[in-house]
Design a protein around this ligand. Sequence first.
Ligand code: A3P
Length: 334
Amino acid sequence: MEPATLQPLSQQANDEKVCNQEFKDLLSSLPKERGLAPTYSYQYQGFWYSPLALQGVINCQNHFEPRKNDVILVSAPKSSTTWLKAIIYTLINREVHPPQNPHHPLLNKSPHQLVPFFELLDPSEYDAVCNSSESSTRIFATHIPVGSLPKSLRDDSSSSNCRIVYLCRDIKDNLVSLFHFANKVNMRPSPISLEEAFDLYCKGISAVGPIWDQILGYWKESLQKPHKVLFMRCEDLKNEPRFQLRRLAHFLGKPFSLEEENSCLLDQIICLCSFDTMSKLKVNNTGHLKHGISNSSFFRNGIVGDGKKCLTADMASRLDQITEEKFHGSGLFL
Ligand code: A3P
């Protein structure tokens, strides 16, 4: 099953054909399973990927050079990454592009265009990413687990000083969102049943799964390196947006000034990036990303608690049980 590099069927069919010999040798050495996608999923450094996603991970590991002030947003697919991409972009660029500006870039470009995923870029494109008004700040997103990030990104002694923002979401909501997304982008010739999606998700054979291991990795990193990794929850962003915005702005080294606090800036950012605003924009209802996924597939209903409504009681309690077991003793509760 794919990460945000989830691709429609037509692209996936070619996945295994396009790789070079070295990559083919790597694939043949890895455990593989049938996931939600028509191609096999491969287990690499403890997590499951499509061949295309894995190629992206390896490209990053081999070629990505962090720069001073880079910001990296990490999440599991369907954790509301689109939302936080929009927020981080708006926060960082608020002087040049105030959120009430009628020509704000987010009104004409998808958050995924403005903040690209590492894994979807060719290494030659890393340097061209210039999504910030501050020339030294690049903003990327990724689904790569902490242990598989390029070493230079994790390295505290590196001069890059880049910051990592990790976003997680309630597990049940995440699964339901993933299930709908998989069917919307036609990952399989025939629709995937919720039961099948649930089964694979619990086994960890889902987008950069097991999701619990990805979350826990970044949780621990955020405890050990609070200056480097900020751990955020989608539900907190929903329930206390102003507080979370301040926390994020502070972490990114761009705290709100008193003047900004006393203006309507925070509410304007919240409003611009809201599901209501974003999901109605033409740009988010038309067009496709690089690998053929429609921009509209990133917007469904954007609510908290959908998982509980859509899953059976048995499914919900099984997910709760796995979550409890996996996070036991970590201090993390979802
Ligand atoms: P639902 O399927 O539950 O509606 P990702 O961005 O990681 O691919 O996750 C997609 C999920 O984020 C979808 O959840 C989508 O509706 C939700 N989402 C996208 N933009 C949002 C926004 N601006 N505010 C809140 N949720 C948003």
